[in-house]
Design a protein around this ligand. Sequence first.
Ligand code: C2E
Ligand code: CA
Ligand code: CA
Ligand code: CA
Length: 278
Amino acid sequence: KMKSSRSSLTYFTEDMKESSRDFFEIEMNLRKGLELNQFTLYYQPQISAVNGQIEGFEALVRWNHPEIGLVPPNVFIPLAESTGFIVPLGEWIIKESIKKLQELHHNGMEEMIISVNISPRQFIHENLPHVIEHTLEQYEVSPDKLCLEITESVAMEENKLVIERLNLFSEKGIQISVDDFGTGFSAFVYLQEYPVNEIKIDREFIRLLTQNKKSEALVKTIIDLAENLDLSVIAEGVETKEQLSILRDLGCQRFQGYLISKPIPSEELNMWMNSFEF
Ligand code: C2E
Ligand code: CA
Ligand code: CA
Ligand code: CA
């Protein structure tokens, strides 16, 4: 192997794009990784912009690779999505998240919600409703404490199936959030068609908030839209007090971001909550 100052992660991602041999090798390693328990969930707090309380967490997956270390999801989720590995991995993520919900509820935080990212392929997979319902029953967690984050791209897959499924989840009381809102094309069209509970303003809008007045107008429009459609709204990627203050003025109800905390390893979550003050 060549010596270089670049990290092994860079090689890892480049390999993945360039060589199909490595592609299959990584796919094999992913599957082995799931068997060997190398995946782990981090949790990022979601905070009320009104009273500063913790309202829930977003579950974010990482791959703890024995040689490379912690691999971020942007590196392997697209690959997992294209090979179908996202289905077994996604099931593991759902189970872990619901187990965590049970733990939180047992520790006296009965209202705590966990948001789980569901990728398009996973969303339309036939087993998803069964896996979710079965796991909720198994851990005796109320469906309204689970929130599924979907992106606009799911809408472009199989429209009929997606609506059917959203209706099913919504009848069960499971919450639906539209992630990265505003970055796709059809956002406004499907909001009238799909039963969703929440829209999540994409980080990019938040990043630009303090840089120009236009993005403030855009964020205000999204927040007003949510209000008019009776949806809740959450901002992601809030890094500064200034951003939070603008969001509050615009009527944003909830937020998450480095201002409060980076995603926290599962086993450190209790400690973090005990020392949280805002
Ligand atoms: P996302 O769902 O939009 O998640 C938000 C990403 O922004 C996370 O990156 C989070 O760590 C990061 N973030 C949170 N607060 C801040 C902030 O204040 N500033 C900045 N710069 N970044 C912030 P992460 O964990 O690396 O995840 C990246 C993407 O990978 C996610 O984007 C999501 O699309 C996907 N992903 C993560 N976990 C899962 C999962 O369990 N299942 C699926 N299907 N996709 C996942
Ligand atoms: Ca998300
Ligand atoms: Ca997002
Ligand atoms: Ca995003």
